[in-house]
Design a protein around this ligand. Structure first.
Ligand code: B4P
Length: 195
């Protein structure tokens, strides 16, 4: 049976970091809506320009756009998906449930990476500093000001999903404050339990 999981948690919790490890270690397919939207913005299309404005304000892109991007990826096929940063609203969670039914897939777990707000800001500032030092482009939403808005969006629109997946019996929590290796070990233990 293929493994399908959701990685949930506030911005900077390490969803992308853990997803990249799961691709290497378990051959799962990463569906990161953040990466898809960054790709869309760099394409320079009208949709990309609209997406860029919303992301730079630290807000969530519309459900319609994001659900459409996920549907396209699922249509391309694959076995075992990591939904990284999706769903982020209750409407997206409902849409994902319908897509899973449509594509004959089941959800194994919604894994929440729990990290304190202070640590999150520290990580984002560090990522921006490291990018600057390496002469790379700094993500426009990786400033303390925009980050505060991203966090507010998270608590308003995404945190209610924790109750949604808890009620479904799918929620699993890991200590996202631990080192990347320790977090990966906790995630692996959850996946091994499902197997
Ligand atoms: P995302 O790209 O999903 O970004 P994120 O939430 O900031 O990152 P993540 O949790 O993956 O953290 P990461 O591993 O990078 O979203 C960006 C924007 O896109 C959103 O604000 C929104 O506008 C839009 N968007 C995306 N999905 C959407 C959706 N479904 N609906 C609507 N809009 C959507 O880790 C961050 C840093 O921490 C890294 O530097 C990493 O090295 C470090 N780190 C990770 N784990 C660590 C650990 N254990 N210890 C110490 N540092 C750690």
């Amino acid at each position: 049976m293929a493994t399908n999981i959701i990685l949930l948690g506030p911005p900077g919790a390490g969803k992308g970091t853990q997803a990249r490890r799961l691709i290497e270690e378990r051959g799962l397919v990463q569906l990161s809506t953040g990466d898809m939207l960054r790709e869309a913005r760099s394409s320079g299309t009208e949709m990309g320009k609209r997406v860029a404005e919303v992301m730079d304000r630290g807000e969530l892109v519309t459900d319609e756009i994001v659900i459409g991007l996920i549907r396209e990826k699922l249509e391309q096929g694959g076995k075992g998906f990591i939904f990284d940063g999706f769903p982020r609203t209750l409407a997206q969670a409902d849409a994902l449930g319908k897509l899973l039914d449509e594509f004959g897939m089941e959800l194994d777990a919604a894994i929440e990476l729990k990290v304190d707000d202070e640590a999150l800001v520290g990580r984002i500032v560090k990522r921006a500093d490291e990018a600057r030092a390496a002469g790379e482009q700094v993500r426009k939403d990786d400033t303390p000001e925009v980050f505060a808005d991203r966090l507010r969006e998270y608590y308003k629109k995404t945190a209610p999903l924790l109750g949604y997946y808890y009620a479904n019996g799918d929620l699993q929590q890991v200590d996202g404050m631990a080192s990347m290796d320790e977090v990966a070990a906790q995630v692996a233990a959850i996946l091994d339990q499902q197997a």
